[in-house]
Design a binder for this molecule. Sequence first.
Ligand code: BDR
Ligand code: CA
Length: 305
Amino acid sequence: MSERLIIDTDTAGDDVTSLLIALLHPNAQLDAITICNGNVDFDQQVENALYTVEQAGKSVPVYPGCPKPLVADWVDAAYVHGEDGMGDSFFPKAQQRPEPEHAVDELVRRINESPGELNLLAQAPLTNIAAAVTLDPSIAQKVKRLWIMGGGVGNVTPAAEFNFYVDPEAAKIVFKAGFPITLFTWTLTLSHGVFFDDDLARIEAVDTPLARFYRQVTRKAEEFERKMGVPGTTHPDSMVAASIVAPALVRATREVFVDVETQGQLTRGFSSIDELGILGKEPNCTLVTDFDTQGFLELFLDILR
Ligand code: BDR
Ligand code: CA
């Protein structure tokens, strides 16, 4: 069955892989792309999304959203993905241009127009989603599902993963808003979202323009991860996109209560995930705890072919 979705992205590195899945998988209908502050320069992220759409041979509207977090100063991850977020490729501009409407207005409009039908994949800091649900709290009950990549073990500080670290206030708002949420953490990425050398050799053997595009865009992040002791490429965002179009990839989940630390000196952006139900609070999130990495690789190879 075809899944309608909107992707909210800080397009760089694996955000691109995720977009490719949503643009090209037969079970996906990507209605719109919204851009949020995050990985690299905001306007560059808009260009990266447009360029990715062009590489896929598609036309999907791209809406620029909030260029800064709600409260905090923006923190970038160009040191991971390259200055342009695309492995220092400095691609030319795509022909398609961004839409004039604001991403937050578009999220509210589109969700209200199709209650119960739209999946929302949040693979960036949660600024746009928090702003949209503040503007219209009713959208929380109207999305089919909000899929979030964020939290778990830290990758910016020991306590905080990038998407929650950049805008913890937004993440806190989103987890309190009443969305039906499925969460994929950085912990899950490290245990189930890595393509190792043998996997990458299979991708290289495909040798299509898209396979070469994937390798080029992810090369800086791969270099960085290898220095950090991860022997391959990480897929935090694209494992979520794959799960939306192929739900059997998710092998186990747990209903949990999640909150986000906004104050701590050492723990700002920490995701408090109550896996053991210690707090006795009503769960607000489905946490993915096991994932079919091999099935994910096969799905992605099919996209690249
Ligand atoms: C998250 O940060 C970004 O760099 C990735 O695209 C992912 O969304 C992982 O911490
Ligand atoms: Ca991202």
